[in-house]
Design a protein around this ligand. Structure first.
Ligand SMILES: C[S@@+](CC[C@H](N)C(=O)[O-])C[C@H]1O[C@@H](n2cnc3c(N)ncnc32)[C@H](O)[C@@H]1O
Length: 394
């Protein structure tokens, strides 16, 4: 085996990954004989991602920090070691100032481990890394907006950030249609460019849903409308509790801008606003309770009317996957009829195949509605989930 090459390969592993090369790695890399490619490959590896995170957290990347330091000390004198570290990590020869600085530090008793750490956490390394591996670590993520409540969103970091910002758990075992609806609403409106400090928003059948308070902190104004009467004052989560109109702060999940949120008693089928008032009109898990398909269609039409041209209508409702008709759910053909309205167009086609690719238990709402994950549910033989769509007013 070429001993000079073998030394170089061993150096690269130790400096970049903080561990010795295995005998097989050493053999294969000596045979390949391409040190620049080895450096690039190791720096781009997921293993280096862990090493870098450890350095950034001021931790050793090795389970045996002393062993690592001893191994590094065996790699020759201070000056060649610093030169090798520059070459491996910064992709350039050490300049005179840098060399003097680090060799001096080693002579004064600093560890070789601390030299590696200093180089990896430097701004220069950041810039070098962005230049050599700009796509590294970008995991493909599901970005579909119009779809059935989709477990894949719990793997999308941007989506999860929004979920957390609502004060909700990102634990997959807590996966539930309600947090999905809130988060998907924000994610979709943001991706469509509709969410901003200048946006005006209306929620229909709003109850006291927590996303209202989030919106109050991020848009110009939110109007929450609901009948706030009848059965919804006592059933389920008492979403129709009229108390929220008088003391909205008592229902807030976190601090919010009070002057950005107004609650109003209003029938969603006849909104008391002028045409073209809002940038976003949305309704989450409500319109299925507004008097069957005809009540829901009336509501969608009036939500469209109060939208500005180009505004976004976001809708979440109950979508039957299997089984007979059941009140307050929509069969696929009924849902298609609901959203096929003049002046409205889907921003993309709807992914209704989500649960064809998941092995998933439908929570029996009659038996125990509190089970989670809670993405697909059943009432008797009717199995359903949430469908979420974004439509643009043309
Ligand atoms: C299941 S709750 C959903 C509330 C809220 N969107 C949420 O996700 O927590 C349904 C809501 O629709 C309201 N509602 C029922 N009929 C309505 C109508 N015709 N107009 C407006 N709201 C209505 C009820 O008062 C109740 O608050």
């Amino acid at each position: 085996m070429d001993s000079e090459l073998s030394t170089l390969v061993a150096d690269v592993f130790l400096i970049v990954l903080g561990r010795p090369a295995s005998p097989t790695e050493l053999r294969d890399e000596v045979r390949a004989g391409d040190i620049p490619t080895l450096q690039l490959r190791l720096l781009s590896s997921p293993e280096f991602g862990t090493v870098r995170a450890a350095w950034a957290g001021d931790l050793s990347p090795s389970a045996d920090p002393e062993g690592l330091e001893q191994a590094l000390e065996k790699r020759g004198a201070a000056q060649p070691f610093v030169r090798r570290a520059y070459d491996c990590l910064l992709g350039r020869p050490a300049d005179a100032g840098g060399l003097q600085h680090y060799v001096g530090a080693l002579e004064r008793g600093d560890t070789r481990t601390s030299v590696l750490r200093a180089l990896v956490v430097s701004e220069e390394f950041d810039a070098h890394y962005r230049a050599i591996a700009p796509q590294n670590g970008v995991i493909p993520r599901d970005t579909q907006l119009c779809e059935l409540a989709n477990p894949a969103k719990w793997d999308n970091p941007e989506w999860l950030d929004l979920l957390r910002s609502l004060g909700l758990s990102d634990d997959k075992i807590s996966m539930h249609r309600k947090p999905y609806e809130f988060t998907q609403l924000l994610y979709g409106c943001r991706r469509l460019g509709a969410l901003g400090e200048k946006s005006s928003v209306i929620s229909v059948g709003a109850g006291h849903e927590q996303v209202l308070y989030w919106l109050a902190n991020h848009v110009r104004h939110v109007v929450a409308t609901d009948m706030y009467e009848g059965v919804w004052q006592s059933v389920q989560g008492q979403e129709g509790d009229p108390g929220v109109m008088h003391r909205p702060e008592d229902y807030a999940p976190f601090a919010y801008r009070r002057d950005h949120l107004t609650f109003m008693k209003m029938d969603g089928r006849r909104l008391a606003f002028r045409d073209g008032t809002f940038d976003i009109a949305y309704s989450l898990s409500s319109i299925e309770h507004f008097g069957g398909l005809s009540g829901a269609i009336e509501t969608v039409r009036d939500m469209t009317r109060v939208l500005k041209p180009g505004g976004i209508l976001a809708l979440a409702t109950e979508y039957v996957l299997d089984g007979p008709r059941h009140e307050e759910t929509f069969q696929p053909e009924e849902f298609d009829e609901l959203i096929r309205q003049p002046d409205l167009e889907l921003v993309e086609s709807i992914d209704v195949g989500v649960f064809g690719r998941y092995d998933c238990a439908a929570v029996d709402l009659y038996k125990n509605p509190y089970q989670s994950p809670h993405m697909v549910v059943r009432m008797g033989d009717t199995v359903f989930t949430t469908v979420m769509v974004f439509l643009r007013r043309v």
